[in-house]
Design a protein. Sequence first.
Lengths: 225, 413
Amino acid sequence: MKILVIEDEKSLVQSIETYLSKTGFIVESACDFRSAYEKIDLYSYDIILLDITLPYGNGLDLISLIKEINPETGIIIISAKDSLDDKIKGLDLGSDDYLTKPFYLSELNSRINALIRRRRFKGSGKVIFNEITIDFDEKTARVGDEKIPLTKKEFELLLYFISNKNRVVTKESIAGHLWGDDIDSIDSFDFIYTHLNNLRRKIRQCGGNDYVQTMYGMGYKFAEK
Amino acid sequence: MKLLRKINKAFIAASVGILLGGLVALYLILSVMFDQEIKESLSTSEIRIQQTLSKLNTEFNFPPFLEITKADTLLPWYYKDTLFPDPVDGEPEPFTGLHTFRNINGNIYQITVRTSSVENEDIAVSLFWGLGGLLLAFVLIIYLANRRITVQLWKPFYRNLRKIKEFSVSDDQPPVLESSSIQEFNQLFATIGGLMEKGINDYKNLKQFTENAAHELQTPLAVIDSKIENLINTGFPTEIQMKLFSDINREVRRLSSLNKSLLLLAKIENGQFDQKTSVDFGEILNQQIENLLEMAELKKLTLTRELSEYPVKEMNREMAGILVSNLLMNAIRHTAEGGKIHIISSKNSIEFSNSGLADIPESSRLFERFYKGEASSPSAGLGLAIVNSICTHFNIKIYYTFFEKMHRFRLQF
């Protein structure tokens, strides 16, 4: 999976590259309008991350360009501006998603995966982690054949973990993913704890292993021990 | 005291002074003049009579105008005023008389010549009243005209004054001030106009600066965030290292949250959320309650609502959402486990109440930025400031009371 990151803030690009390549993506980058234009023209990518506040030209123009040259590419806009206008304009022009800085890399990862699923598999298909299977058509999770009775939030949580498997996911990023950025994450830690415990219990009850490891103070990691 | 009144006061005082003084002087002068005239006329008459007496050599009388009597000695001449009854109505009438003593053809006579001074007095009085009235009317007319003119002149001044009173630095444009025919006013208004414009610009710049600063802060915060996320996934951090990362992370989170809130506040005040539509608060309330119901349930809170009637208002939809969710979140956050939350709305109000132990201290400062009711609360204290900003911006009133062991936040539309 090839990802192009179009972002002028170099240290942010580095962080994104580091994280995503560990997850298994091939990451390239461009730091201004002109070099982005060249890359888009020459190569094709599965996903393009685009910062619309680029120097030397409005990033929104790049969206039209990408759509022209390679309409199959998924586009996620990242922006420091929480501007509703830009969001709407971007979505209208053909972008698929919008993330506001600052964002969690695990959230970014999760969105990229969701976008790939949508584009490649039209939102269907399955994701498998050992004995746990997530079926997008049915919107269910199973241990082997047995369906795990999960609430919507618990399902989202499990999917988030699996998308970010083997990485430490912070409590804050979980909170942001489940309830949106507006909620002050400080309030929600107890809720995360409760949801998580319910999830783990239900998986165990269906015979599955508990892959959730607590990373002291920071968050959790979904991985094989 | 008002300028008009001050001027008029002086004017009237001067006028009245001059009027009175003038009339008194006039009366005295006239009296003296009449007196002189009478005396002269009497004198002339007396000479004629004396000549006639000299020729005729007999006494003749025509009282009260003329009396001739024999006298013993020549005495000094004198004037004397007397009263004689009017033949028609019997009223005593004043006469002025000249008494002379002459030696005519060897005999000493006292000649008394009198003339009625009624007319003179009447004339004096009439003149007095007439002129007085005239002068008074004159003063009055001038006063009224003066008043009228000055009121006209002041009208544009007062209109401008009202515009200036209503001015606020957060206005888009300074008000246009009327020019007047008075130079001093124009100078004053030009200067004030300049001041107002400068105020608006300075304020705009300040607000823009706040927004820009908060905006700029987001990127470095994002970078720190991402570095930490990578750090925790690099190698095998020890427990001590994880604790440190956790501490750093917590502080960065707080910074980030604070910055986000500040940015939102700045944007609200910069009018970024001015697009309005008709907002159905019933819909918003139910939506937000559904969103946060889970949180309430996890804290074992009983949430009840009475939303059969609700306000509908022209405002920004996003801001309405934030308003409601902030107040709701606030209620959930500050209610102890097992407590109650009740939301009730009417056509022009919404009240969020939650159970609590005691009144929030210094509740007048509740809506200030960074004020926290309990010092131990981990939130930055901006939630209610944002609520306040939205309310101010869209003309909604907000009240806090503590009644029957419930904190009550009431929005009045």
